[in-house]
Design a protein around this ligand. Structure first.
Ligand SMILES: Cc1cc2nc3c(=O)[nH]c(=O)nc-3n(C[C@H](O)[C@H](O)[C@H](O)COP(=O)(O)OP(=O)(O)OC[C@H]3O[C@@H](n4cnc5c(N)ncnc54)[C@H](O)[C@@H]3O)c2cc1C
Length: 530
């Protein structure tokens, strides 16, 4: 079962390895965890539902609590403190597009609000109900999770939009296919959520981002069903897919989606290289994407992230030996770890690996061998479980991401890190901050920054520390010309930063689109554009 106030399946733990606590204490100071509220404490706070009884609407406190918050750090603080704020008045689990339509009509008649819900993994407040004098229905798409058709001639798979990562891959793999979309939230996030937030998977370099994988489908809107054809390409005016991508539940609910699947690759491998310092690593990965080496994944951690990852990896003795060996080979304390994935035929493997290794060698990087790459792929979806273990030790962790052209990548990364580092110095607190480039393009790259800090003495104090950090980083991104989000989306937390990015005319055009498909403003108000 899914944890109600943390990440992941209750039966899975990723304890902090020995030595990690000392590492954190040295960097941030000792910390004490805040007390957690119990599920029963929270049940007592759930108010009466404002919806009359309806056969498709569940009003139990349990369902309403489980759909009240996502996975952002403020969401965690709300869940752990028991102070959740607003709850949906009901939750529905439709099993067909007809039921979705019935629910939209019913909520419209009730002058209510609808929040489409996929896996609830949003990290920017997308699915949180906001205070309103209208009843709020969360529509959980999890039961519409089946592979409905696979066209093996065109490689198009039609799914219910509530299919989660494992639902998608297990059903496709049974036919010899894969979607190849692996966000770190893969275990729980869904096709509908990926499309509505413009998600990017770890292997988007090879398989493409979700906007490439989404071919078409059906969105039920308050104004009626919007059908988007799955043409391979079309010059028939603006693309309706682009309207739906990133719509964050504001326009309607995706019920069925057509996805561009790929045949399962004959081989896949992940390799790790260590560059002696950031500049050489950056030059190497840029050359690889710009010269079109057919990699399915490429990421480069900066020195601080490399150090932290090795410290949190466990296996202290083996890691110390590895560090000694790397230093001997020229990758000392400034070393930066790069992970690359190759997916395809044996021949493609040979060519891609040869070319990539040549570029790394030119930049004096050390080949880390196969084992670290295998470890990386084994743990790729386990890392978020560390958030639970860090919380239990009194440490908070959050991430943010942006993207910018190559000429500004390194300066923006440094500026964001230094803004975070400085944001809470005045209150005598330190921040452990590190970054990687995880989605690389010929034109530029995303920058993904993680920061850790100590929980304050109270929940309110911890939230205000987070607000200070988030504001400092977001303002730095905007001032330096980066996008406010490369793949997490806008939700509530980024909404105010969207205006400088899109311009007032752009924001007004998005609002006009919302009014066209949702004339009464019932779809997820308060998110994306406000
Ligand atoms: C630990 C962790 C790791 C993450 N890693 C990544 C990552 O690697 N890459 C990445 O892109 N993101 C990542 N995220 C962010 C998050 O997983 C994505 O935003 C994801 O796309 C959300 O999908 P979901 O199904 O959980 O949607 P939800 O969180 O349920 O909803 C997100 C938004 O989509 C809308 N929505 C959901 N389903 C539908 C539908 N059927 N029709 C219309 N609108 C809908 C909702 O209304 C909401 O506005 C991560 C999050 C966490 C917590």
């Amino acid at each position: 079962m899914k944890r109600w106030n943390g990440w992941g399946d209750e039966t899975v733990d990723f304890p902090l390895p020995a030595g990690a606590r000392l590492f954190l204490e040295q960097r941030l100071g000792k910390s004490t965890p805040l007390p957690d509220a119990s599920f029963d404490d929270v049940i007592a706070l759930v108010p009466r539902s404002r919806f009359p009884d309806h056969p498709l609407i569940i009003k139990t406190p349990r369902d309403r609590i489980l759909h009240a918050r996502g996975q952002s750090l403020p969401d965690w603080l709300a869940l752990r403190s028991g102070n959740l704020g607003v709850f949906p008045d009901g939750v529905a689990y439709p099993e067909s597009p007809l039921q979705v339509r019935t629910l939209l009509t019913y909520v419209s008649d009730q002058k209510g609000i609808v929040i489409p819900y996929g896996g609830g993994t949003s990290v920017v407040g997308h699915i949180n109900p906001q205070d309103a004098d209208r009843p709020i229905l969360t529509i959980d798409m999890g039961r519409m999770n089946r592979l409905l058709d696979i066209d093996q001639e065109s490689n198009i798979a039609t799914f219910g939009a509530g299919a989660s990562g494992p639902d998608v891959e297990s059903q496709l793999r049974a036919h010899g296919y894969t979607l190849g979309h692996y966000p770190q939230s893969f275990e729980f996030s869904t096709l509908g959520g990926w499309i509505a937030t413009r998600s990017s998977g770890q292997q988007s370099l090879g398989y493409g981002r979700i906007e490439h994988l989404f071919a078409g489908g059906i969105m039920e809107t308050p104004s009626g069903p919007l059908k988007i054809h799955d043409f391979p390409a079309s010059a028939a005016g603006p693309d309706l897919r682009e309207m739906v991508l990133g719509s964050e539940g504001r326009l309607g609910i995706l019920t069925e989606v057509k996805m561009r699947a790929s045949r399962l690759p004959p081989e896949e491998s992940f390799r790790v290289f260590f560059s002696p310092h950031w500049d050489s690593g950056c030059r190497a990965v840029k050359e690889m994407v710009q010269s079109g080496i057919p990699l399915s994944m490429l990421r480069l951690s900066n020195a601080s992230e490399t150090e932290t990852q090795l410290a949190l990896a466990g296996h202290g003795r083996a890691i110390r030996l590895l560090e000694k060996w790397l230093a001997f080979r020229g990758a000392g304390t400034e070393r930066c770890m790069a992970v690359m994935g190759i997916t395809g035929t044996r021949r493609l493997h040979r060519t891609a690996l040869k070319e990539a290794a040549r570029i790394f060698r030119k930049e004096e990087a050390v080949n880390g061998g196969n084992l670290p790459g295998r470890k990386w792929v084994q743990n790729r979806f386990r890392a978020p479980y560390l958030r639970n273990s860090l919380w239990e030790q009194g440490y908070c962790v959050d991430t943010l991401e942006t993207a910018i052209n190559w000429d500004r990548v390194s300066p923006l990364m440094a500026a964001v890190e230094s803004a975070l580092g400085a944001a809470i110095i005045a209150q005598g607190e330190k921040v452990l901050v590190f970054s990687h480039l995880s989605h690389l393009y010929s034109q530029g790259s995303s920058i993904y920054t993680t920061y850790l800090f100590r929980a304050a003495d109270t929940y309110a104090g911890t939230l205000s520390t987070w607000r200070r950090l988030k504001k400092a980083a977001s303002e730095t991104i905007v001032e330096n010309g980066g996008t406010i989000t490369h793949h997490h989306g806008v939700g509530t937390d980024h909404a105010r930063y969207l205006v400088p990015e899109k311009g007032q005319l752009g924001i007004d055009a998005i609002k006009a689109l919302c009014r066209q498909l949702d004339p009464v403003g019932m779809m997820n108000p308060g998110k994306l554009v406000v």
